[in-house]
Design a binder for this molecule. Structure first.
Ligand SMILES: NC(=O)c1ccc[n+]([C@@H]2O[C@H](COP(=O)([O-])OP(=O)(O)OC[C@H]3O[C@@H](n4cnc5c(N)ncnc54)[C@H](OP(=O)(O)O)[C@@H]3O)[C@@H](O)[C@H]2O)c1
Length: 293
């Protein structure tokens, strides 16, 4: 089938970059946006050469129309249950009704298939959607990228540039953590969208670094040797996150409440990619860690 890729969430950070990578490869892109999306972001998509469709993701007929003739639907939607389960299910149903052969859900995370239910609220939403996707007559591919690499510049406990500390749990000082830049994730996703032989899961990382690696990197690139800080056991971390979630129910309506960020850090120390699919496509220049800290 001739390539025509539909990108949902095209006005988002990752969605825009996926559209950009596809247009760089001269692949026709149908970017779906909503009526209320930021006009500047819509204009940016038009400037890329994407065909912009204004679609209400609750409107079945509009969605089926948008999916007509599409070779792969890529979702880069972000949100809570209404979006990850609700809107993605609408999109999936429309893709099936329109005869689209392939679907890439908005997973772009740590490999949640290896995470227990309840450990990460945002992953649980994806697990719920995965059950629906599994039953749909369409070929699905999830792309697991670990964490976006720019978070290393956000003063997170794993790499705290204010305190000059590096957190770790259990005895995991050599535990490799998967990081991928958003640009690399977008470049890989664009290629996967064009590849009708993709497996169910693809796992990538621009780089994998351990707390000990970060100590060395801090010395080389931050001008000071950051100190490792033992934060306790993974078991206690998990229990702490559960308690924080229970005590802060307002976070249930927020995409990234504090306890969800902590759940993400927990997932980074619980699951990592044993092998990478980075080499599946030629020409992707995975950005090394030195450019991300
Ligand atoms: N691995 C990591 O470290 C990491 C970090 C951050 C994000 N992510 C993942 O990357 C993916 C994309 O995230 P992002 O940060 O690029 O998201 P984002 O910038 O917040 O963009 C979200 C997109 O979803 C659209 N959207 C949200 N609700 C919608 C609705 N009800 N109807 C229609 N469209 C809706 C938005 O449209 P409007 O512009 O119209 O609002 C926008 O295009 C998500 O799966 C997210 O979980 C991963």
């Amino acid at each position: 089938m001739k390539n025509l890729i539909l990108v949902a969430g095209a006005t988002g950070n990752l969605g825009y970059k996926i559209c950009r990578e596809l247009t760089k490869l001269n692949v026709p892109v149908r970017a779906i946006v909503r009526e209320g999306s930021d006009p500047e972001k819509i204009q940016a998509l038009e400037q890329l050469g994407a065909d912009v469709f204004r679609v209400d993701l609750s409107n079945e007929q509009e969605l089926i129309g948008a999916c007509n003739g599409v070779s792969c639907v890529v979702s880069a939607l972000a949100g809570l249950h209404e979006v990850i389960v609700g809107m993605q299910t609408n999109l999936l149903s429309a893709a099936v009704a329109a005869g689209v052969p392939r679907f890439i859900p908005s997973d772009f995370s740590t490999d949640f298939t290896k995470m227990p239910v309840g450990a990460n609220r945002n992953f649980d939403l994806r697990k719920e959607f995965e059950e629906i996707l599994y039953r749909a007559p369409i070929k699905a591919t999830s792309i697991f990228n670990g964490a976006f690499a720019h978070i290393l510049r956000y003063n997170i406990p794993l790499f705290n540039t204010n305190e000059k500390t590096i957190a770790y749990y259990d005895d995991k000082t050599d535990w490799k953590i998967d990081f991928t830049t958003m640009d690399d994730t977008a470049a890989f996703t664009a290629r996967a969208a064009m590849d009708d032989a993709t497996p169910r899961y693809l796992r990538v990382a621009s780089f994998q670094v351990s707390p000990n690696d970060l100590v060395r990197l801090s010395e080389e690139h931050k001008g000071a040797k950051f100190q490792l800080v033992h934060m306790g056991s993974m078991e206690n971390f998990s229990a702490y996150n559960k308690a924080q979630r229970a005590e802060n129910p307002e976070g249930e309506n927020q995409l990234y409440p504090k306890w969800q960020q902590a759940q993400y850090l927990y997932s980074m120390f619980l699951v990592h990619h044993p092998a990478l699919d980075n080499d599946r496509y030629e020409g992707i220049n995975w950005l090394p860690v030195e450019h991300n800290i």
